[in-house]
Write a protein that binds this ligand. Structure first.
Ligand code: GLA
Length: 745
């Protein structure tokens, strides 16, 4: 068993140092002579025998000293692991609590530590996992002796990943209640501020586009107050050096395993250090702990990469694949699906669905997904959410009959649902008008004509578990698309005391996780895909339960390139739902060729979202070819190492990426010429991740061979792209290792 966590006592025994390390990273902490837990280092691996590194202490003007005889010791400069408020550190605190007597300061000092093999699980929250031998966990216990509060900081280091997973548990050991105002999951003080902040931000239909901005004095705050992790801001903050690119440079990241309100910040201090932290959104959050009660903050994934953003992303992908996603599907080939949403919207009957399904089966598609509109009286978006009973006037014979007919065509059957919602025009709402989030005497704000069920209530989550279980037990449903189509408003619960209303945001998420835990463990073989109006909840919390997420409601091939680049900064291609849709595209009206739509969608878990019965012969033949191609290469496309070769943005004219098999014996390269130019320059792709010793045959996806090339040659001299291609056109190349080749020396 390798030693990943080391600790040492300072000579006089008054203090302690900790060093977590593996072959990629080192993370060091120190208990200072004053009992505070100081951050010492996080970055590329430092020789594991070094435990003498310490936090510097410098006498500063106009700072306060907790110990008057140590004027060089000030909390306002001390790099810390879990900073508190009120005792002379004026930077962002990680922790803020109100005691029964109104006291608002905390003094957390180190009490003890424990090293645990493997990775302990968290109760009620999604969490990373590892077998013993794959990870070690350090738990540091801090105490506030006056407030009688304990804070346990957990740090897990994993074999082979540049990643530390942190979380925090707060326990009230006193007789009086305490109120938590802020419990960040992690905070870290980096020694300089020469960083750019990376965020994944956007809106509905243009989620997770990569933004970089220089860090200057003050605080950058990335957050959601919407009740979901949100389209607008993914629960991620990155810090990179100005010269960091896809292929080069240092990158730090924090990604919260949580699906609700969050906050991440980066604050540059007066001494040009950077405090970066992340956790549950403190705005409108208050959580009361009575005697003996505890609060568990979600896990945050701290990652560090030395070799550019491609390597950073690959590490995140492998980590989420191995240590977060829990479904039996996490390493299985994902089926090619056809979804009827953009094909029919609400306007369907059995005949129409079966006609699409028949055509899908004929071209080799494996899964038919029935989207919105199959239940209650729903024929548009104004009614019936909550009435999860099939509409037999639309689908005679019910779901069983439809599922059976789909199965008879040789395809699996999948179903859309939006379990967290209720339409005011529904039987459920008429029976239980108090089951939604609402504030007494105020009107209930609708969005898409719907309200949000109060999942902080156990009677509501119990009902939901029963209803979903009954539904999934009856028909042979192999796949579920779990949707969530609005943000939260009037966040209050009819069954909670007035003092605890600000717990509702968090309790909603805990209730959601409770339902997901129940449904996904009760139906382990079902492939779940999460969705929130596209990618409004594409986060590690949902990924724990559901191995796929619908990336965006924007299905335009050109728009999708940027969205998919941003998404795969963190999340594995196997988690990224990507479908070919009709043209003119329903979101932006763009006309793109079927080949380009196919090539772009093959970057994720592939499918179609159009009426296949309306395609002409040529397009149908292309669909058939794409399906066969994807089946042959999907292991690489879903699980290979991804390299972004040419990042697209609004001003670039082309984009390229490639996926390489883990033994580097094969690769798929995708090139998109977004906008053509007259007299275009010759463009080459400098391929990455290939074995320099190997010879590869390069073919187009249509089968035409372009010849044999050395791995080193493809990296250094590049692969030449066609000169003139036209707007929105694309090429896909397959590289396969060949044996017994000799080159000119
Ligand atoms: C959301 C989803 C779509 C579709 C509709 C159905 O917008 O993102 O894919 O399922 O709901 O109402």
């Amino acid at each position: 068993m390798p030693v990943w966590i080391e600790h040492a006592d300072v000579e006089d025994g008054s203090s302690k140092r900790f060093h977590l390390h593996n072959d990629k990273i080192s993370y060091m902490m120190e208990v200072t002579h004053e009992g505070d837990l100081a951050h010492v280092y996080f970055g590329p691996r430092i020789d594991k025998t070094t435990l003498s590194r310490r936090t510097p202490e410098v006498q500063r003007a106009y700072t306060a000293n907790p110990n008057p005889v140590c004027e060089a010791y000030t909390l306002d400069e001390l790099p810390q692991e879990y900073p508190t408020f009120g005792r002379s550190d004026y930077r962002e605190p990680a922790f803020h609590l109100v005691q029964a007597d109104g006291g608002r300061i905390s003094h957390l000092t180190y009490a003890s530590y424990e090293v645990v093999q493997g990775k302990p699980s968290l109760q009620g929250l999604p969490h990373t996992h590892a077998a013993d031998g794959e990870a070690q966990t350090l738990v540091l216990q801090l105490k506030d002796e006056i407030a009688k509060t304990e804070v346990h900081l957990s740090y897990t280091i994993f074999e082979g990943h540049g990643i530390i997973v942190r979380s925090v548990q707060v326990i009230n050991q006193g007789d009086d209640p305490v109120v938590l105002d802020r419990v960040m999951s992690a905070s870290i003080d980096l020694p300089d501020s020469d960083f750019e902040v990376v965020s994944l931000s956007g809106s509905w239909g243009r989620e997770r586009t990569v933004k970089r901005q220089p860090l200057v004095s003050g605080t950058v705050s990335l957050e959601s107050r919407r009740g979901t992790s949100s389209h607008q801001m993914n629960p991620f903050i990155g810090l990179v050096r100005a010269d960091t690119t896809d292929g080069h440079g240092h990158a730090y990241g924090m990604n919260l395993i949580y699906s609700g309100n969050f906050r991440a910040f980066a604050e540059v201090s007066q001494f040009a250090t950077t405090r970066v932290g992340m956790g549950v959104q403190p705005f409108d959050f208050r959580y009361t702990l009575n005697r003996g009660e505890s609060f568990q903050a979600p896990e945050v994934v701290l990652s560090f990469g030395s070799n550019g953003l491609n390597a950073f992303s690959q590490d995140m992908h492998a980590f989420y694949q191995n240590h977060l996603i829990r479904s039996v599907w996490r390493n299985r080939s994902r089926p090619i699906l056809v979804n009827n949403w953009e094909a029919t919207y609400f306007d369907f009957d059995t005949d129409k669905l079966l006609a699409i399904a028949k055509q899908a089966a004929d071209v080799g598609i494996e899964l038919f997904v029935l989207d919105d509109g199959w239940f209650g009286g729903r024929s548009d978006d104004t009614s019936s959410l909550g009435d999860w009973f099939v509409n037999e006037s639309k689908l005679p014979g019910g779901l069983q009959h439809l599922a059976q007919s789909i199965n008879d065509l040789g395809m699996k059957f999948g179903l859309w649902m939006e379990p967290e919602m209720v339409s005011p025009n529904s039987d459920l709402y008429r029976r239980h008008p108090d089951w939604c989030l609402h504030v007494a005497n105020y009107s209930r704000t609708e969005s898409r004509h719907q309200l949000v069920l109060d999942l902080s209530r156990q009677d509501v989550t119990n009902w939901l578990k029963e209803r979903l279980t009954a539904l999934l037990e009856r028909a042979s449903i192999a796949y579920v698309k779990w949707d969530m189509n609005r943000n939260l408003t009037e966040v209050a619960s009819a069954v909670q005391s007035s003092a605890r209303q600000q717990e509702t945001w968090h309790r909603y998420i805990i209730g959601l996780y409770d339902v997901l835990e129940h449904v996904t463990t009760r139906f382990p073989e079902v492939l779940f895909e999460s969705c929130a109006g596209g990618g409004g909840r594409f986060d590690p919390g949902m990924l724990y339960y559901m191995p796929q997420t619908w990336t965006s409601d924007d299905t335009d091939a050109v728009e999708r390139i940027e969205i998919q680049f941003g998404t795969t900064l963190l999340y594995p291609p196997s988690s990224m739902g990507a479908h070919v849709s009709a043209v003119p595209n329903h979101q932006v009206g763009r006309l793109t060729p079927m080949t380009t739509r196919g090539h772009v969608a093959m970057a994720g878990t592939f499918g179609y979202e159009l009426d296949l019965t309306t395609l002409d012969k040529e397009d149908l033949a292309e669909v058939q070819r794409q399906v066969a191609f994807y089946k042959k290469w999907r292991t690489i496309l879903q699980y290979g190492r991804l390299y972004r070769l040419k990042t697209v943005d609004k001003h670039s004219s082309d984009a390229a990426w490639m996926s390489v098999s883990h033994d580097s014996s094969a690769a798929i390269v995708t090139y998109v010429r977004v906008l053509e130019a007259p007299q275009p320059p010759l463009r080459r792709l400098y391929l990455q991740g290939l074995n320099p010793e190997f010879t590869y045959e390069v073919k187009l996806d249509t089968g035409e061979s372009l010849g044999h090339f050395g791995g080193l040659e493809l990296g250094n001299a590049g692969l030449l792209m066609p000169v003139f291609m036209g707007d929105f056109s694309s090429k896909m190349f397959v590289l396969q290792k060949v044996d017994g080749e000799f080159y000119l020396a």
